[in-house]
Design a protein around this ligand. Structure first.
Ligand code: NAD
Length: 365
């Protein structure tokens, strides 16, 4: 029976990388019935919102979705559709694997990390008060009465909730992931030395949850030290679990270890639904140019196939992408030693090359 999957092409380079991913997923032979729905800037005029209700309904109905990146305009007050989708669907864990593929230009070989980012709380809760507004002045007055470190009246305020519930479920998710995927260690990343209560709670819960998984090694790292350690000796780490903002920043760092954003996939997982998307954004300056690397979207598709229980097809697609990377020929500009290399191919040509590899690959059970 075909899997029904919601496809959100996104904007900027989203439609191009999504189409490339859709073509290679279809070429695996797994029956996928695509339900294409649009979200983002392009639908604002028609629906008055970048995230129309029917988009959420489609994902809730199909329970599995894959999306291209969506632009969040700066300085407009419009909030991120990506963040809103994660919150609305309670996609509480964002899994971002970072793995070295032979042939990738990088200072590192053999990196094989999985970053699990809490996806609904922290500074991404979107609880902010604009400088100079009455409500912001009220919040500042309240806080100045509640504690003895005065906040300047011309401040903006951003709230960073970290809950017991939200932390426990994502840390448990990281340990369950480690157990299911035969991983040896989970590292909980935090800033508990400064954020005594928020990250103090995160660390305390991480330690408690770790006790339920005695076969998996546990350690914690302060986030700044974590960044240095990842650059110096990434091979020491395995599964990392982080609060939302640190997870956002550190996952770009780990993407850099394995060849950049063009190769970094992601899976947003909730209790009821899963939404697969690349780590990179909509790279608007390359929109419509058939230039950017679709491999991060394709590898997000590999994660989706695994989620759908299509492990053989997932392995074949990953192997086909890996072969194209290793050959070094049908790859986009970002994977060439020189960004202006005239032999770099376009987004759709990468899809052609991956499909060609898939077609030549024997099917094994
Ligand atoms: P970005 O990831 O879009 O691009 C940064 C740079 O990385 C690009 O200019 C390009 O040089 C490179 N790059 C990114 N993806 C690439 C690819 N597939 N192949 C080759 N090179 C690639 O980040 P940004 O410029 O900070 O953000 C642009 C927009 O995307 C913003 O509106 C942001 O809010 C949004 N965004 C969306 C998502 C999402 O949809 N989940 C994630 C991050 C950013």
């Amino acid at each position: 029976m075909a899997h029904r999957v919601t496809l959100i092409p996104g904007d900027g380079v989203g439609p191009e990388v999504s189409e490339a991913a859709r073509r290679v997923l279809d070429a695996t032979g797994v029956g996928i019935e695509w339900e294409v729905v649009e979200a983002g800037e392009g639908v604002m005029a028609e629906y008055g919102t970048p995230m129309p209700a029917h988009v959420l309904e489609s994902i809730r109905r199909n329970r599995v979705a894959i999306k291209g990146p969506i632009t969040t305009p700066l300085g407009t007050g419009i909030r991120s559709v990506n963040v809103a989708l994660r919150k609305e669907l309670d996609l509480y864990a964002l899994v971002r694997p970072c793995k070295s593929y032979p042939g990738v230009r990088s200072h590192y070989r053999d990196v094989d990390l999985v970053l699990v980012r809490e996806n609904t709380e922290d500074l991404y809760a979107g609880i902010e008060f604009e400088e100079g507004t009455e409500v912001c002045r009220g919040v500042i007055d309240f806080l100045n009465r509640a504690q003895d470190r005065p906040i300047r009246p011309d401040s903006a305020i951003s709230i960073r909730p970290i809950s017991r519930f939200g932390t426990e479920r994502v840390v448990r998710f990281a340990f369950d992931y480690a157990r299911r995927n035969h991983r040896r260690k989970v590292t909980s990343v935090h800033k508990a030395n400064i954020l005594k209560f928020g990250d103090g709670l995160w660390l305390d819960i991480s330690r408690r949850v770790a006790r339920d998984y005695p076969e998996i090694e546990f350690e914690d790292r302060i986030v700044d030290n974590m960044c240095m350690q990842l650059v110096q000796k990434p091979e020491l780490y395995d599964v990392l679990v982080l609060p939302n903002l640190f997870g956002d920043i550190v996952s770009d760092l780990t993407a850099g270890l394995v060849g950049g954003l063009g190769l970094a996939p992601g899976a947003n997982i909730g209790t009821d639904c899963a939404l697969f998307e690349a780590t990179h954004g909509s790279a608007p300056k390359y929109a419509g140019m058939n230039k950017t690397n679709p491999m991060a979207m394709m590898l997000s598709g590999v994660l989706m196939l695994r989620h759908l229980g299509e492990a053989v097809a997932a392995d074949r697609l990953e192997a086909a992408v890996a072969q194209v990377i290793e050959s070094g020929q049908a790859v986009t500009y970002d994977m060439k030693p020189d960004r202006d290399d005239p032999t770099a191919v376009g987004t759709s040509q990468v899809a052609d090359a991956v499909i060609e590899r898939l077609e030549r690959m024997p099917i094994r059970d």
